[in-house]
Design a binder for this molecule. Structure first.
Ligand SMILES: [Zn+2]
Ligand SMILES: [Zn+2]
Length: 251
């Protein structure tokens, strides 16, 4: 209730309706809307819903018209002595003052409660913010270490792919050499078949008679043995550890 509104509010708990028309006024200085007044004061004994005072007197509860007619205002205090008129007015003003004071107390209480809730919420939010901040910094640290790890993996990957490419190049080279050797062997073999006399081809014939696929540690030797001795053509690493084989082309 504000003074400029010029209206009282129903004192029934949680009603707070702005009063107009008729209001129920009690001797304990409380006032109620027509709905709550008629509901509460129809039963006996009447109890004030605001302060639980017993209202048993004849004039303890009065149903008052809040905007009385001009005729009523002209006649209600007429004939009374001035001191009585003033006494009545003073009591009516005291009632009004009490209501205004009550409303101010209620508003101040609501305000302080809201401020308390606000402070509490502010505290909770600050705590939440702090914990989020901590989580965030932990996550940032994790991201940084993951990035570092990823860089390391990238570096390793590029090294490995470099090595793989190098191995591929070696393999292609060897494959080419192997193919050319095989072709050469085939040519030699065909030459042998065309010769009717096998005795003609001995170790002193001066041709490539012998293809050796040897094994020496991690290296494999392809050798074509000629009469003057073994001659290594090339050498390469191999992951397999198969035993050296010797292909004798001469029967
Ligand atoms: Zn009410
Ligand atoms: Zn009361």
């Amino acid at each position: 209730m504000t003074l400029c509104d010029d209206a009282l509010l129903c004192n029934f708990p949680k009603c707070r309706a702005k009063l107009s028309g008729f209001a129920w006024v009690t001797a304990c200085s409380h006032v109620f809307c027509d709905q709550h007044g008629s509901g509460q004061f129809s039963r006996s004994p009447a109890i004030c819903p605001a302060c639980s005072s017993a209202l048993s007197g004849k004039l303890d509860i009065v149903r008052t018209e809040l905007s009385p007619s001009e005729d009523y205002k002209a006649m209600v205090l007429a004939g009374l002595r001035p001191d009585i008129v003033l006494d009545i007015s003073t009591r009516a003003l005291a009632f009004w003052n009490y209501q205004v004071h009550q409303e101010r107390m209620y508003q101040e209480y609501s305000l302080s409660r809201a401020e308390g809730q606000l402070k509490q919420m502010d505290k909770v939010l600050t705590q939440q913010n702090q914990s989020r901040e901590l989580e965030l910094s932990a996550m940032r640290g994790e991201i940084a270490s993951l990035k570092k790890m990823m860089e390391e993996y990238k570096r390793k990957y590029s090294e490995v792919s470099e090595r793989l490419m190098e191995r591929n190049r070696q393999y292609q080279k060897l494959q080419g050499l192997y193919d050319s050797l095989r072709m050469r062997n085939m040519v030699v073999g065909m030459g042998d078949r065309e010769m009717p006399n096998h005795e003609h081809h001995d170790f002193n014939a001066g041709k490539c008679l012998f293809l050796s696929v040897g094994h020496d540690g991690d290296s494999r030797f392809f050798s074509c043995l000629e009469q003057e001795g073994a001659k290594s053509f090339f050498q390469f690493s191999t992951p397999t550890k198969d035993k050296g084989r010797t292909l004798v082309k001469k029967h």
